[in-house]
Design a protein around this ligand. Structure first.
Ligand code: PMV
Length: 316
């Protein structure tokens, strides 16, 4: 029996364009967001497996349903190694706000998968990491497109189409991204189900909106390629209007999107599953990003983050 302490890390993500439509095979763009991260530590401790994380502290078998994706993966991986599910403890420290569309569930799963492989001294391939992450995401989200697991595991900006080989591309835009947290937990699963029902009951209108979101994601990629931040901003705002019509925005998100637009943002939209969670705004420079960030905080945002898109560094 080893006595090692193993560590696994993972970062958060932001969906720039294409959420919801990506479930229906349309393209999406997502970026790694290293300012938010998760660290899982596993260490030897006699007795039943203990879990210590944001939602729960106690024995693994007593963890609440919200952690089912994570606990299932822990059990399945341990079993696949033919190891006993006992005599170790798992500690998860996360600065990714949960249920906000920032990839918290995928990041927690990925950090923990990495730590488990390290703890049991097994080599972890990228394919295995992705496969396990998707096992967890399926339990958490029901019918995930796989975009969260893809971004968080690969840590590269992706132009993502479900079921297609990953298409990383260079994201160097002379602009800043401001992320605003409504402070309200998003409802990805319910929002995805809401879109499904809308399409089922109003096929033509529902499909047209999904189609339009796909076209806007393509247009966003084009705007990034030619370094046209103004165009990207316009495309983002158009996407938000459609997402709102799809029923996946809410008052808290619309309020912050309006606050950003009223204060000079090039564009703004919700990000991720919606119905709470986070929004993003595009700013032409750092000064404008700071200004928008302050306005978002004054308008009720619980937290904001600013990221430069021109270089790899994250500024706050
Ligand atoms: O809420 P998040 O960050 O998990 O994003 C979900 C993105 C959706 O497109 C709404 C669902 C999916 O599986 O792609």
């Amino acid at each position: 029996m080893n006595n090692k302490t193993a560590v696994g890390n993972a970062i958060g993500k932001i969906i720039l364009m294409g959420e919801h439509a990506v479930v229906y095979g349309k393209p999406a763009i997502a970026i790694p967001f290293p300012v938010t991260k998760v660290k899982t530590t596993i260490y030897r401790k006699r007795g039943p497996v203990l879990l210590d994380c944001f939602y729960y502290k106690g024995i693994l078998s007593g963890a609440p349903e919200i952690l089912l994706g994570l606990t299932q993966v822990i059990k399945d991986i341990t079993k696949s190694f033919k190891e006993e599910l006992e005599d170790f403890s798992i500690n998860i420290e996360s600065i990714i706000p949960p249920e906000r569309g920032m990839g918290s569930s995928a990041s927690i799963a990925i950090a923990t998968i990495r730590a488990l492989y390290d703890f049991f001294n097994r080599p972890l391939t990228y394919e295995e990491l992705l496969r396990w992450a998707n096992v967890s995401e399926k339990i958490v989200h029901g019918n995930p497109s796989g975009i969260d697991a893809a971004i968080v595991s690969g840590e590269k900006t992706l132009y993502y189409i479900k079921g297609k080989p990953f298409m990383p591309f260079e994201f160097k835009l002379n602009a800043y991204l401001v992320v605003g947290d409504t402070g309200k937990e998003g409802q990805t699963k319910a929002a995805v189900e809401g879109v499904r029902q809308l399409i089922e009951f109003n096929i033509e209108e529902g499909r047209a909106m999904i189609e339009e979101l796909g076209i806007l994601a393509m247009s966003a990629k084009n705007s990034i390629t030619i370094n046209n931040a103004e165009k990207l901003g316009q495309v983002m705002t158009k996407a938000h209007i459609i997402l709102d019509r799809l029923g996946v925005s809410d008052d808290s998100l619309n309020l912050l999107v309006s606050a950003a637009m009223d204060n000079g943002a090039l564009g703004a939209k919700l990000t991720g599953g919606g119905r709470g969670g986070c929004m993003i705004a595009l700013a032409s420079d750092r000064e404008q990003a700071d200004y928008i960030s302050n306005k978002l905080l004054n308008s009720g945002a619980q937290n904001t983050w600013i990221s430069s898109l021109g270089v790899d560094s994250i500024d706050k």
